[in-house]
Ligand binder design. Sequence first.
Ligand SMILES: *[C@@H]1O[C@H](CO)[C@@H](O)[C@H](O)[C@H]1NC(C)=O
Ligand SMILES: *[C@@H]1O[C@H](CO)[C@@H](O)[C@H](O)[C@H]1NC(C)=O
Ligand SMILES: *[C@@H]1O[C@H](CO)[C@@H](O)[C@H](O)[C@H]1NC(C)=O
Length: 410
Amino acid sequence: MAILGLFSLFVLPSLTLGASLPEEAITELSVTLYNHLRATGEDENILCSPLSITLAMGMMELGAQGSTLKEIRHSMGYDSLKNGEEFSFLKDFSNMVTAEESQYVVKIANFLFVQNGLHVNDEFLQMMKKNFNGEVNHVDFSENIVVANYINQWVENSTNNLLRDLVSPKDFDAATHLALINAVYFKGNWKSQFRPENTRTFSFTKDDESEVQIPMMYQQGEFYYGEFSDGSNEAGGIYQVLEIPYEGDEISMMLVLSRQEVPLATLEPLIKAQLIEEWANSVKKQKVEVYLPRFTMEQEIDLKDVLKTLGITEIFIKKANLTALSDNKELFLSKAIHKSFIEVNEEGSEAAATSGMIAISRMAVLYPQVIVDHPFFFLIRNRKTGTILFMGRVMHPEAMNTSGHDFEEL
Ligand SMILES: *[C@@H]1O[C@H](CO)[C@@H](O)[C@H](O)[C@H]1NC(C)=O
Ligand SMILES: *[C@@H]1O[C@H](CO)[C@@H](O)[C@H](O)[C@H]1NC(C)=O
Ligand SMILES: *[C@@H]1O[C@H](CO)[C@@H](O)[C@H](O)[C@H]1NC(C)=O
């Protein structure tokens, strides 16, 4: 028996990146993913990177053949593309994203760790290199402590030390033959930064109506903004969509906020690929007053469940056909972990919290106010291509600064 572990791993300090996948496919995937996490996560925070998962699955697809390949293509929404055509999109995407950009930093790192002695097909290695700029490293998985340290070190290196302890020794044993790691790192500064001296402690009201104190950033500036209605009043009628661009105007964070007294849960069923497009197309640049929590979040997701929800099942059982990767017919995927991290702050690096209170009036409205003091949904996306890099929701902002990361390194 040969087993392989997939760890799709990505990290994000302040925000995101983008490019040119078949973007509807990625948007559909994002929504499916979100709904799955919402169904299983009750009222927890959510964070994931559809981009990272798409790239990781692209690498698996390279190794697959027969019905396993067919299942992946179908589930990823590539049926309408010619065989293999998705790789040129994935490649363009990787290239575009990793191109030297002065305005933001995006790093995508792809790595295969292969058991000593397992033969990996040359063509697979070449395709990995060509399409994903992926490298291959041979290790001895039976030395599980050494391997775990090595992989964690590599992940740290690829993510500016943000993602630590991705894997543990118990993830590996003598049966492990291959681990695939995909790390995405993004760091961007807001085009219009928040001034640290305007950050105040603020009450955030959760869906269960309990309150927590969190650091709230503030600024008044030009952003993309729109008000939308669900058409029925069921979800509280009007909700706000705010897009805050990063330097370069290419990538932005889109925030979706229900009215104060309306739980996010009533808005979430509305989220569909088409609606995300509609938000993006309808928001208009205008002056807005923004109150946005400073937050940090990390989440680890068992991708096996998620991929099964998408319809990708064969790769996880002995029947898996990974003969394009290796002649070893026993290979199947035993593990798939996705881990992500995000920090949102005033400029892209941590600033000291100031205590105090801002008195705000919801009445005296010169400009639209977006007061993010209750649960919200967010996307980090490429404004040109629509590619969704990260998505999630914030239900418990106080849970998020406990991850123990060393933010000085941002
Ligand atoms: C894998 O798929 C290829 C292409 O369809 C097929 O020729 C091969 O027999 C399959 N191998 C296994 C082990 O299922
Ligand atoms: C991580 O980076 C350090 C310093 O650049 C280097 O010495 C080390 O070999 C790297 N480790 C891995 C696993 O890439
Ligand atoms: C999170 O940060 C806020 C503001 O800096 C602080 O008041 C709160 O105690 C922190 N929460 C935890 C759990 O560390």
